[in-house]
Ligand binder design. Structure first.
Ligand SMILES: O=C(O)[C@@H](CO)OP(=O)(O)O
Length: 247
């Protein structure tokens, strides 16, 4: 049996402003910093002590990992980072206000872009102020792999190689693995773990800063579908809030 802990970063400055964020490198808000610390305390209170950590390359996930690990007195843990755990690239919607986008394009189109499995937003132009073209952080990434937009299906496809090549080997070694990532990269991972179908995944939202613990069987399938949030009541309220963004 193996233990996997998923943690979405705390509230970012852009979450607080209601903007589509994607690969834009927004930092945590003061509330998000506190959520991250609380996530670390929830882990230690529950006696869940990760052995290794995986994060995306985005500041809000890295800050969250650091704050949570600091609160759990685990800042010394080995950490590996990958672009494959990044948030979904939101294409030309990056930097746009969610409520305004919904008002302009209507509820159906807004939800298609936000939660459908295979409809990506329009691609972002390289000269858009919110494009990642030329960012030093992705200098080692071949140009054809740097997304200009992604739907959740694209995220599943670019995330799974990291799951199988980097995370599963740690789990197979008997390590408790903490993955600190994003709303949509974690939705992609949960879709895979819980075998959620392409339509039903639209209804799954992940709250900021609350650890989600999965016990896994020897074949890395969940013992209990959906795992267990360490603060289920807070998770329920926060999931509702994520679902209602832009309204
Ligand atoms: O803007 C984003 O990048 C994501 C996560 O904050 O938003 P949404 O929940 O709308 O997919």
């Amino acid at each position: 049996m193996a233990t996997l802990v998923l943690l979405r970063h705390g509230e970012s400055e852009w979450n607080a402003k209601g903007l589509f964020t994607g690969w834009v490198d927004a930092g945590l808000s003061a509330k998000g910093e506190e959520e991250a610390r609380r996530g670390g305390r929830l882990l230690s209170d529950a006696g869940v002590r990760p052995d290794v950590v995986h994060t995306s390359l985005l500041t809000r996930a890295i800050q969250t990992a650091n704050l949570a690990l600091g609160a759990a007195d685990l800042l010394w843990l080995p950490v590996t980072r990958s672009w494959r755990l990044n948030e979904r690239h939101y294409g030309a919607l990056q930097g746009k206000d969610k409520a305004q986008t919904r008002a302009e394009f209507g509820d159906e189109q807004f939800m298609l872009w936000r939660r459908s499995y295979d409809t990506p937003p329009p691609p972002i132009a390289d000269d858009d102020e919110f494009s990642q073209a030329g960012e030093a952080r992705y200098a080692l990434l071949p140009e054809e792999l740097l997304p200009k937009t992604e739907c959740l299906k694209d995220v599943v496809e670019r995330m799974l190689p990291y799951w199988y090549d980097a995370i599963v080997p740690d789990l197979a070694d008997g390590k408790i693995v903490l993955v600190v990532a994003h709303g949509n990269s974690l939705r992609a991972l949960v879709k895979h773990l819980d075998k959620i179908d392409d339509d039903a995944i639209a209804g799954l939202n992940i709250p900021t800063g609350i650890p989600l613990v999965y016990e896994l069987n020897d074949d890395f399938t969940p013992v209990t579908k959906g795992g267990q949030y360490l603060d289920p009541d807070a998770a329920k309220a926060a999931i509702e809030a994520v679902a209602n963004q832009g309204r």
